[in-house]
Design a protein around this ligand. Sequence first.
Ligand code: NOJ
Length: 590
Amino acid sequence: MTPDTALVPPGTPAPDRRAVVRTSPLAPGSAADPLWYKDAVVYQLHVRTFADGNGDGIGDFAGLIARLGYIRRLGANAIWLLPFYESPLKDDGYDIAHYERIDPRYGTMDDFKRFLAEAHRLGLQVFTELIINHTSTAHPWFQASRRAPVGSPKRNYYVWSDSDRRYLGARVIFNDIEPSNWTWDPVAKAYYWHRFFHHQPDLNFDNPRVRRAVFKVMRFWLDLGVDGLRLDAIAHLYEREGTSCENLPETHEFLRAIRTEMDRRYAHRVLLAEVDQPPPIARTYFGAGAGDECHMAFQFPLMPRLFLALKREDAGPIVSIVKETDHLPESAQWAIFLRNHDELTISALTPEDRQLMFDLYAPEPRMRLNLGIRRRMAPLLDNDPSRMALAFSLLLSLPGSPVIYYGDEIGMGDNIWLNDRDGVRTPMQWTGTAGAGFSESDQPLTLPVIDDLIYGASTVNVEQQESDPSSMLWRVRRMVAARARSQAFGRGTIDFLTVTCGSVLACLRCYRDDTLLIIANLASTPQRCELMLPAEIADRTAHSLFNDDAVASAALAALSLAPFEFRWYRLVRPMAAPSSTSPASVQNSI
Ligand code: NOJ
C-alpha cells in the first residue's frame, strides 16, 4: 500500500522541498522562517472554556479574539486550539461529527477566519487538531458504514469484525472506562474497532477512500491558513494481527505521504505528533533520520520525569531522559510541556516509578484516571510559587518548544470531582467575579468555575495578578521574555555539566556564537556545590538574562543556591564583556 499513490498521479517526481518552499505562496500571516516552530512558545487552550463572547455560558471564537492580546502579552507566539469541530462532545470534541464545520456553540466559520486573521496579525501562529484515527459514531461516514453492505467501500470506512477476539495484542487505553477495543453494533450486526471510547470508531486506513478523505480534510484547514496540525493519536492508525497495533510501518508510510502532500502544496506548515511512546519509538515519528515525517512531537518521555525529579529533588531523571532524546534530525523539534488537557500520563514509566508518582502526586483514588493523574500543575506542586516558577524555568529552558497550558501561568487549580478530565478543563479565571470574567451568563456555565478557597476565582485570577509584579503571571512573562532573547533555547545543543549536588541541574545551551548557562536547584533546601565549567568558557562573563547583573564565569564554579533557585546566564567572551560586578550582586529575581 502506498497512500500517496492514491493522491499523486503515477510517475510524478517527488517534489524538491526547497524548491517548493521558494515558490509556494505563504498563507497570510505565515512565518517567513521555515523553522519558525523551533522558536515557538505555544499557548494551549480550549475555545469552550477560555472566554465567552456572547454570554451563553460557553466559550467561543468571539471571546477568544477579544483575549488574544493577553496571550501575546504573555510572550507566546503560537496558539494550539483543542478541537472546535462539530461534535456530540462526548470526548470534549475529539469525537468529530463533521470535519469541515465549526461547532455552532463556538461560532461560525467566519468567526474562525476572523480569529485566524487576528491571530496572524498579532504574530501568533495557529495549531489546530487533525483527529484522523477515529470519528464520532455520529459522523455521517459511520452512519453510512453501519448500514452499507458488507465488503462495500462505504462499509470499509471503519474496521468491522464478526468476532471481538481479533487484535488482542492492542492494549485498552481508556482502561478505567472501556472493557475492550471492540463494541457490538446492532445495526451493522458486527463489532467495530475503537482504540479510545466506544463512541469513537477507528477509521480504516487500509481503505484508499479513507486516506483520500483524510487528505481532503487536511487540505481544507491548510487552505484556510492554519500553520500547524496536531496529529491526534497518530500511533494507532493501522491494525495488524500479532502486533500491538501501534507504530506500525504502514502508519509511518502514511505519515510520509501526509508530509509529502503538505510540503508539495504549502510552505512553512508543521506537523506535530501526539505519540506517548518510549524515546526510541517516539523519535521515529520525525522520520528515519531524514526528517520526512513530523516536524514536531510531544516530549512525553520527559514530562512525567520532570515531576519525578521535582518531587525527588533529584536532577537525575531529567538529565538521563534529555540525553536519551537528544540529537534529532535538523528540522525536528520536541514540543515540551508540563501539563495539558489530559491526565498526566505515566504509562511510559517503570512500574516502580508509576507507583511512586501515584503515591506522591495522587494520594486520593479520585485523582487517578486510567494510567495517569487528573490534576493541574499548581495543586501538583503544592501551590508553592517557588516550585511552580522552577517548573516553568525547566519548561522554558530545556530543549524543545514549550507549550503552556492555559491557566497554569496563573496557577489555576483543578476539580477532581468533575467527570473524566473535565476537572483540568474548567473556565479560565480572568476576574474574581461569579463567572470569573469567563462569562456573564446567569445560567450554568459549560463547566463550573473552580470555587474552592485556595484556587477559586476570587483568589486566583488574571486581573489580580496583572497588578502584582511578583505574581506567577508576571514571573512567567518575564521568563518568556528572557527566553526570547536567545535562539539557543529553541535551537541550541545541550551539554550537562558535572555538579557536586544531585539536586542541582546545570547545562550549557549553545547555538552558533551564543552560549547560555542554565542552573536550577530542585531542592527545597539551600545547596552549596561545585560546578565543573569547561575550560573554554572559564574566561567568559556570565550575564543574567533576567536583569543587568554580571559575574565572571569562574566565580560560578563554587555555587550557593537558595531553595528552588534557578539562573539563566549568557556567557559573553572577554572582548564583548562590560566590566563585571561581584558575585554577590547576582540576583535572578524572576
Ligand atoms: C488524545 C487526546 O489528547 C485526548 O484528549 C483524547 O481523548 C484522545 N486522544 C482520543 O481522541
